[in-house]
Design a protein around this ligand. Structure first.
Ligand SMILES: C[S@@+](CC[C@H](N)C(=O)[O-])C[C@H]1O[C@@H](n2cnc3c(N)ncnc32)[C@H](O)[C@@H]1O
Length: 296
């Protein structure tokens, strides 16, 4: 899968070793898997009595063993000893739909393990004043904001020459006529676009679910991320409130997150996907919560 697999597998396997009795596992459903990667292989190797291991994903084009499954439709997953869904819950577009399918999955299977990715915290002080103003306006951030969390990230780009005003074009021409250096005619201002993460090249999808686990974050965020978890100054930016998944929603549906484990991970995506070019927070650092989902 990704370039983080080797690093992240260590963290996942450590967690699974603590929470799963592998000897009891005869069947596993992998939700959000297009192919057997190192995580699948390592976990299967640790289950001495494993009889079946099934992969489910929206994309069935890579491996013909993969069973079609869309996290935004009915899941219909039952009868497994272990369900593992990693790095996929963020594709859920409605938290309510997600919780109701998760609840049925908990009722119809034995051990259910998910992770919930959280976008990295982007401090506003990382942006120069002009960009910061555009970010604040673009996201509609309140005055008290000093950082934001969003699956939409600002991408800073240079303004194309054809977008220059006539006066600016004339100034450039005049510079060139007088033998001015090219450096002087470089764009003098920048614009930002808001880019939604997780959109595959084929279009559609994109990261949506926003796990806002205030209680868990209050306990772990400071130690893992290095700053206090303060929802007054850290603003979640979402397109619709429907994407917020909270501890209360889970509890209201009779399920909860057991053995929560919160971790930070570098997101070593290819440079073309890197989003903020002037921010000194490169490479991006996401965090995620691993948990066993159980009935309350
Ligand atoms: C980052 S990969 C994670 C792969 C694997 N779970 C892992 O941790 O190595 C995300 C997976 O989610 C799948 N996916 C994207 N949208 C989905 C959807 N709506 N329903 C089900 N799977 C989806 C992708 O095809 C991809 O296999």
């Amino acid at each position: 899968m990704g370039r983080r697999d080797n690093y992240i597998t260590i963290a996942y396997l450590e967690y699974l070793r603590k929470t799963v009795d592998f000897k009891k596992i005869r069947s596993i459903a992998w939700l959000g898997w297009t192919d057997e990667n190192i995580i699948v292989k390592d976990v299967c190797d640790m289950c001495p009595n494993l009889e079946k291991s099934h992969m489910y994903d929206i994309d069935t084009s890579i491996n013909d063993q993969v069973i079609k499954w869309d996290i935004n439709k009915k899941w219909n997953i039952s009868g497994y000893d272990l369900i593992i869904c990693l790095r996929t819950s963020l594709f859920a577009e409605s938290a309510q739909h997600f919780v109701s399918e998760l609840k049925q999955t908990v009722e119809n299977n034995k051990v259910v393990i998910f992770d919930f990715m959280l976008p990295e915290l982007r401090p506003l002080m990382n942006y120069s004043s002009t960009i910061r103003k555009q970010v604040v306006e673009g996201f509609g951030l309140p005055q008290k904001a000093n950082a934001f969390l969003s699956w939409h990230v600002p991408v800073i780009r240079e303004v194309m020459p054809e977008e220059y005003s006539e006066a600016h074009k004339n100034a450039i021409k005049s510079f060139q006529e007088r033998g001015g250096l090219n450096a002087l005619v470089q764009p003098t201002f920048t614009k930002i676009d808001f880019y939604r993460k997780g959109i595959p090249a084929t279009g559609g999808g994109g990261y949506s679910l926003m796990p806002k686990f205030d209680k868990i974050y209050k306990s772990f965020y400071k130690e893992e991320v290095g700053v206090d978890y303060d929802t007054d100054s850290m603003i979640y930016v979402v397109q619709t409130p429907d994407v917020f998944l909270t501890e209360e929603m889970l509890r209201d549906n009779g399920i909860s997150l057991k053995h929560p484990h919160f971790l930070c991970a570098f997101n070593l995506e290819p440079e073309t996907h890197q989003s903020v070019y002037d921010a000194p927070d490169y490479p991006e650092m996401w965090s995620f919560t691993l948990a066993v989902i159980e009935r309350e």
